[in-house]
Ligand binder design. Structure first.
Ligand code: NAP
Length: 488
């Protein structure tokens, strides 16, 4: 495997909220890696902006500490570290007033035509103000980019309002809505697997696929974010964006080209083809209970009567010719048995077994795409159990764990943000959500949440470290199927 790095042009990146968690944990390390690997040029300029009383050196020290913490002191290359820090500048600025915007203008010399991007790593309530002030200060050019990420609204109405607010200042081709799941290597590999190989596409339909499972399980609870998370819940926080985006990549038709709008048009068609959930039995919601000294969600959320779900399992269908009758089961939750994100495509069994009963049963072929941990793809097959003891059938896995291949080539698994931030600079929107996709996802999710609200009951409690509430298991058992184990 050869890592081919195509350097990007020198650019200006303004990070609003540069002293916050996302910037320190993800953006600064991602940019460091891109410089270290030769993709980000030394002439690039990263301008951090926040209200904190820092000067350039103070912010560089903060960025350096973020590298030590999140890249690891032992992993840092001294030369790349020095060169990276020298690309960094800082401007004290308030999103809610005119303070600091003149200095930001001065930090971005207008003369050069470098790609310019504004990363809004601030709370969503500031998005509108920042977009307006970027525009008002004359900082945005027709090709400047603006980057935002979830939550992209709380429901369809607020998502539409957010889209309208950005549309007032930026064209759709300038808006980069991040779903970091789309930046994961395995997710991009899913598209390569489907569309760069002739093998799977003929089987990729209701004739050959029995069902699809998508699981995004976390082992941690809401921790200190309880009061913030309360009133959001797993449906809004995970299903509306990450799980539906993964479903789109599985279910979409082959786009004519691997180009932003060609890909996003196909994803949008999937979202619009999702059958509305009319039967609440097909949607299970849960809330983690207390156990072994860990507090219940209600305690974490500081709300004893909270009806916010920390777990959702649901069954849906993509109502079109390709997928008619194939259930898509989605499941996500906090404080489950392990931290696992996985898509499993379960194929229909062989139509007829030629083997005697004594050989054992033929298994189901399952293509499992694992996003975390250990990104990779496995294909479950039935083979002859090796050895002279007669013909016995046994399960075996074809394993494409990427970490092994990367390790052999002395490469590192890049973080999703590395890819996504470089795509922003390159002006490639393929892995970013378009406004109409976000709205279509809310349009599907909203009625489910409204039906829960109307029913007014509480989510089913489930034990921490389990696979979620019993009803989630029943959702599959009723159909004669089983969830895959949640195991790291
Ligand atoms: P955070 O830790 O609270 O950081 C917020 C940043 O905004 C700080 O740098 C803060 O610095 C700055 N800020 C606050 N008020 C400001 C103002 N009036 N003007 C200018 N800057 C201001 O938040 P975060 O976790 O990094 O999240 C940032 C965004 O990313 C949010 O939209 C969040 O939903 C999204 N997100 C975060 C994550 C994550 O992993 N953290 C994941 C997904 C999405 P000062 O107070 O010094 O101004």
């Amino acid at each position: 495997m050869v890592a081919r790095i195509v350097p990007v042009d020198p650019f200006d990146l303004v990070v609003f909220g540069a002293t916050g968690d996302l910037a320190r944990r993800k953006l600064i390390p991602a940019l460091y890696h891109r410089l270290h690997d030769g993709q980000m040029p030394d002439e690039a300029r990263i301008v951090g902006a926040a209200r904190g009383e820092l000067d350039r050196d103070g912010f560089r020290r903060m960025a350096d500490a973020a590298l030590e913490e999140f890249v690891g002191a032992g992993e840092l290359d001294p030369d790349a570290r020095r060169r990276f820090l020298s690309t960094i500048d800082y401007v004290r600025l308030d999103a809610l007033s005119s303070d600091g915007w003149g200095q930001l203008s001065a930090a971005l010399p207008d003369a050069d035509e470098r790609p310019r991007a504004f990363y809004l790593s601030v709370a969503p309530r500031f998005f509108g103000q920042v977009a307006e002030r970027v525009h008002g200060a004359g900082l945005a050019r027709p090709d400047s980019r603006i980057v935002i990420e979830k939550p992209l609204g709380h429901d369809l109405a607020s998502a539409r309002a957010l889209n309208a607010c950005f549309a007032g200042h930026f064209g759709e081709h300038q808006i980069y809505r991040i779903d970091h799941y789309l930046g994961k290597e395995t997710v991009q590999n899913l598209m390569a697997l489907r569309f760069a190989n002739a093998l799977f596409e003929p089987l990729w339909n209701a004739r050959h696929i029995d069902h699809v499972q998508i699981t995004v399980a976390e082992s941690v609870g809401v921790e200190k974010r309880g009061p913030y998370y309360d009133g959001i819940g797993a449906m809004r926080d995970m299903v509306q964006n990450h799980l539906l985006q993964l479903l789109c990549l599985i279910a979409m038709e082959p786009p004519a080209r691997f180009e932003p709008d060609a890909v996003r048009d196909e994803k949008l068609k999937v979202l619009r083809a999702l059958a509305p959930v009319t039967d609440l039995e097909a949607v299970v919601r849960g809330q983690y209970a207390a156990a072994n000294g860990t507090p219940a969600y209600a305690a974490d959320a500081e709300s004893a009567e909270s009806r916010t779900e920390t777990f959702v399992a649901l069954k849906t269908e993509v109502a079109n010719w390709r997928w008619s009758g194939v259930p898509f089961y989605l499941r996500t939750g906090k404080r489950l048995r392990a931290r696992v994100s996985e898509i499993a495509i379960a194929f229909k069994p062989a139509p007829h077994s030629i083997f005697p009963g004594s050989a054992g049963r033929t298994g189901q072929n399952v293509l499992a795409i694992r996003l975390q941990p250990d990104e990779g793809i496995t294909l479950g097959m039935t083979i002859k159990d090796p050895g002279p003891g007669g013909l016995r059938l046994a399960p075996a896995e074809l394993d494409m764990t990427f970490a092994d291949r990367l390790a052999q080539a002395h490469l590192r698994m890049p973080d999703a943000y590395e890819r996504l931030v470089m795509d922003v600079i390159r002006g490639d929107q393929t892995l970013f959500m378009r406004g109409d996709e976000v709205e279509a996802a809310w349009a599907w999710v909203d009625p489910i949440i409204a039906a829960w609200d109307e029913r007014g009951d509480r989510p089913a409690p489930y034990d921490p470290g389990s696979s979620g509430p019993e009803d989630a298991l029943m959702l599959m058992h009723r159909d004669g199927r089983r969830w895959r184990e949640i195991a790291a």
